[in-house]
Ligand binder design. Sequence first.
Ligand SMILES: *[C@@H]1O[C@H](CO)[C@@H](O)[C@H](O)[C@H]1NC(C)=O
Ligand SMILES: *[C@@H]1O[C@H](CO)[C@@H](O)[C@H](O)[C@H]1NC(C)=O
Ligand SMILES: *[C@@H]1O[C@H](CO)[C@@H](O)[C@H](O)[C@H]1NC(C)=O
Ligand SMILES: [Zn+2]
Ligand SMILES: [Zn+2]
Length: 486
Amino acid sequence: MPIISSFSLLLQFYMNIKMNFPKFSWILLSMFIIFNDVISSVVSSDIDCSLFDDIKIDTTTTSSHHQFSFFNQNLVKNTSFISAGFSSCTSSCVTSKSSILNLAKNIETVEWIKRLRRKIHEYPELAFEEYQTSKLIRNELDRIGISYQFPMANTGLKASIGTGGAPFVALRADMDALPIQEGVEWEHKSKVAGKMHACGHDAHVAMLLGAAKVLKSREHCLKGTVILLFQPAEEAGNGAKRMMEDGALEKVEAIFAAHVSHQHPTSVIGSRSGPLLAGCGFFRTVISRNQGHNADAMLAASAAVISLQNIVSREANPLDSQVVSVASFNGGNDLDRIAESVTLGGTFRAFSNTSFYRIRQRIEEVIIQQASVYRCSATVDFFEKEQPMYPPTVNDEGMYEHVRKVAIDVVGPNNFKEVPPMMGAEDFSFYSEVVPAAFFYIGIRNETLGSIHTGHSPYFMIDEDALPIGAAVHATIAERYLSEHE
Ligand SMILES: *[C@@H]1O[C@H](CO)[C@@H](O)[C@H](O)[C@H]1NC(C)=O
Ligand SMILES: *[C@@H]1O[C@H](CO)[C@@H](O)[C@H](O)[C@H]1NC(C)=O
Ligand SMILES: *[C@@H]1O[C@H](CO)[C@@H](O)[C@H](O)[C@H]1NC(C)=O
Ligand SMILES: [Zn+2]
Ligand SMILES: [Zn+2]
């Protein structure tokens, strides 16, 4: 999508926010500044669901900052890895939180997790091309003695630890990097030009491997089976959807995943019940004159555009943020002939699941019926096969409560935060449509280290001290889920 239309989309989106949250109108100004800032790091992309990733809509009265950035996706390259060393550890079956935390904080384990993360960071791979990352994961699982199913969704895999029987609880990590040139100068800077783990998926993989090691050492304590999903293509394609088509959620009754966040200090855990991240979809329609009629497709399409605007401005609850934007309009070539057909399209976003699917349905109805008023006909394509359409990420109340309790146990009550919804999109939402799910953030912000930049920034970096905590939180979520659902 050309950057100018992204920009007007953003503008339109902000006008919507501004209308809903008038006191935040100042962010319109910062939007221009940040837009100029990030534009140099933006690589072209046709369709990008993460366009508004990290736009934080803070509805609390104590809001202090709002971030947003522009992201994209592209192609990959080949790399090679050296496997990390590994030393096993065992433990007794005490289910207290600190026993798991201590395991994850074992100095060898901590060094091992950091080493893995750095290796993955040095060799970022883009969506569906995570060959070496996947190989590294499999090598480590082999060393730990964990069996897995491979391949799934091309480069993904599904490992299991525990009794092999019910209940089954899943933890998910995404593996893909971004087409961004790393701007951070450090020892383990990306060695692949134009590619970078700028969203922290390297950390997600390392934390899940850390959890794998901890859980394996406590396998005798597990009252069921933990499924570990290493998923490709979160950024660019339907990685989660493809994993599910290949059986990722077979028998699974609950799923959890984490995302690193620069908005929270190191190891602070954040989440919320209900809608957490927006849904994002695209549509395109061809409006054509009916055979045998005098009709003007240009007029019909223009009427459709006007009516599409009314979906959000007149039908939607103003307190429930939504966007419908027509971003392209093409038809006719001659100045002296009525256009036979017009093609137009755009994007839509919403937080609540109901609103998201309602908007989708109304877009289709409005276009088809407006076309028919003008004796034209239309078909609407939502690109469900080829393009990512992310439903909203909605946390199940019970699963959120589980994460909250575990987090409070592991990191303490002062280090758990209830967070507002954000406009970013996550393909974890595909899992959350099928089984009860909870998505949570783990802070990586540390001013001393300079890990203060938003995801998808070339300056994005993490405080690696969050890694063992993340591993412990993952492991505890899974182990305790099984104990409580025996
Ligand atoms: C990656 O590189 C290795 C050797 O460097 C080569 O054997 C292999 O075919 C390459 N893989 C891909 C997918 O290009
Ligand atoms: C969202 O709505 C769709 C369509 O109505 C439904 O299939 C899906 O299960 C819903 N997801 C959640 C989390 O309620
Ligand atoms: C930030 O990093 C420094 C250096 O590693 C460390 O001493 C400090 O405790 C960290 N701060 C937080 C909030 O974690
Ligand atoms: Zn991302
Ligand atoms: Zn991400």
